[in-house]
Design a protein around this ligand. Sequence first.
Ligand SMILES: Nc1ncnc2c1ncn2[C@@H]1O[C@H](COP(=O)(O)OP(=O)(O)OP(=O)(O)O)[C@@H](O)[C@H]1O
Ligand SMILES: [Mg+2]
Length: 254
Amino acid sequence: MPVVLSVTNGVVTYGDRLVLLDVSVAVAKGEVVAVLGANGSGKSTLIRAALGLVPLSRGEAALFGTPLRRFRDWRRVGYVPQRLGAGSGVPATVREVVASGRLARRGWAPFARAADRSAIQKALDAVGLADRAGDRADTLSGGQQQRVLIARALAGEPDLLVLDEPTAGVDATSQQAFAGALGDFVGTGGTVLLVAHELGPLAPLVNRAVVVHLGRIVHDGPVPEPAGHHAHPDHDHVHPHAPETEPSLFKGTA
Ligand SMILES: Nc1ncnc2c1ncn2[C@@H]1O[C@H](COP(=O)(O)OP(=O)(O)OP(=O)(O)O)[C@@H](O)[C@H]1O
Ligand SMILES: [Mg+2]
């Protein structure tokens, strides 16, 4: 299968602080890859670097086989950031936020076409927010706002979805609905890279886990088994079994 997303020997620094050290990861078409690891380990930085949202100080990233610096086909990519940014001050309805996910598809046609409207409606249904479509997005709860962002990404009908903790703060019913939507997405040839702390209902969909620890990938393979004392059928969060030593290049991250 062709490689949809890759970072090769990627290094990211914030100021003089090394946050990702020589990280290589590749996601093939049709895969669902989960990025796991402790807070601050570099998970968000890894996916942001893969999308060119933070610069690599060394190494390379590519999307759909095209080096990022030459990649222009952004409508093929849906991205859900970890948190809704601070309010833009513009009150937008849920439907408007989701519709913004269609903009890259619309070209210069000024009005939403039937295909836009149906993709927007389908995305709202997938996250269970159709009944809130006319409400101001900033009046929704945190978990509901997260679902709005997921719907916005789905509405763009991308080939690749990159999701940073899409189900954090989302209730069990909505997680189940999202897992269903993600299953449909993968069933139609989509590829997914997601960050998660608890896979929950997404677990059956995940093919591979990449565990990040102190800015390095310490595991790339099957989803790690839960640690022994947590080994309970209902307890499916994963622990990175990683070396405790800090890389010597590492400065002051916990
Ligand atoms: N914009 C930034 N400027 C400076 N340091 C940053 C920035 N973003 C992240 N960092 C630092 O980089 C390290 C990795 O952060 P990152 O957000 O990638 O972690 P994470 O694994 O996604 O954590 P979490 O599970 O809490 O989301 C952290 O030490 C963090 O403080
Ligand atoms: Mg993060």
